[in-house]
Design a protein around this ligand. Sequence first.
Ligand SMILES: [Ca+2]
Length: 454
Amino acid sequence: MKRILVILVSLTLAVPGFSQQTFTDKDLATAVWVMAQTFPEGFTLDLNTMSYPKEGLMVSYKATQDHFDRKSIPAVIKHAHAHENIIGGWRDPETGLYYFDSTRSFPENDLAAALAFARENGQHTVYDARRDINIKSNYEQEDIRVILDCDMGSSTDDLFALMMLYRYMDMQRCTLLGVVVDRMNRANADAVDVMNNYYGYPDLPIGLEKAGVKDPHVYIPYHNMAYARSTDGEPLFKRTVGDTGEYMDGYKLYRKLLAAQPDKSVTIASIGFVTSLARLLESGPDEYSPLSGVDLVQRKVKNIYCMGGVFGDSFEHDYNFTAAIDFSLKFFELWPKDIDIVFSPGEVGDPLYYSAANIIADMNWTDSHPIKWIYQFLTEDKFQKMWDPLAVINAVEGDDIIYKLSPRGWVTLTPTGETIFKEDPNGNARYQYPGPEGWSDYVLKYIRLMSIQH
Ligand SMILES: [Ca+2]
């Protein structure tokens, strides 16, 4: 709001006698020029209201992208009049050039369309006006095939991580091959069945760990979400597997999925216990593959993003590896040394608080939503730290853009659950560094933007 006032004051000072009713294109050109100098880091101006748009996903038109100076502004205004009447601009500090663009605004809940338009128009970013963040649109379109391995049924960040993967699929940024639920109890797999159906991927395979950690701690007992009913007794959420279908054992689903994929093509996002992974690595030939588990992983897996470990100052001890320590030790022993592993330690996600109130507010676009249901009916006050989405975002968006990773090295796990990093340029392991405050804020806003897509 302060920013809008400053803009209006600048406009008034710059153009004497200026009022909203009497804006000529010449006045507007002056106003845009003044704004560019007042806000060299960037501005957006809605010519209909002469104010800064408060919401919307802004993308510049390619047609006006080579407009760098004062003289070029009238042509940009003309294009804007013929389109959405929105203008954006900024000054590149390196070249000293101003960039002026006619801009198109997309609804906040249509990031996929905004990104597609940005890519068609050769734009590097989509600007989210409400959250004041830029979303990268010039990503390389890679063939990313993901298996998510989660401990669904305790913290809700697993649900948000899964949500992110559906949204990435909506944007054709990855293929989710299947979901392994490494927290035992059929209800936890049923919760994934609900999510698959809710987000439009009802046939995604689900595996369930059948010999994993006994009675692990539960933070929010949402496992019965799958069986929620309306007041007239109807199931609230659709399921594919339902009450009678069977889930494959987690490691078996891994074997089935991996065997069917091209070599070195699969990315694993591990955001729970590594129980199913340890059992996969220990497995022998079966009906899906003549390879041992280790050889199958070596052949088919490209990399793994793993939520777990403590490498710096953390507020909390590692949970995922410690809670399943015997499996974790086996995983560290058997994981092939030439396959990259990127850790997402707890301290990176610690500052990313998603409050119950914000979760419900972000899902106010629907009355019926599995994650919203949990916060409406099971826990009205618990916030959730967004640890798990950090591994998923890294898996899909790559190592260079959003994150800063440690140098390469080797990680060993002690029997008490400590993760020890030893730097070595030939090592297979890196870990995410915690970002500064602004970075955490950015990532949380990005996750929240994903929550409102529909
Ligand atoms: Ca988890």
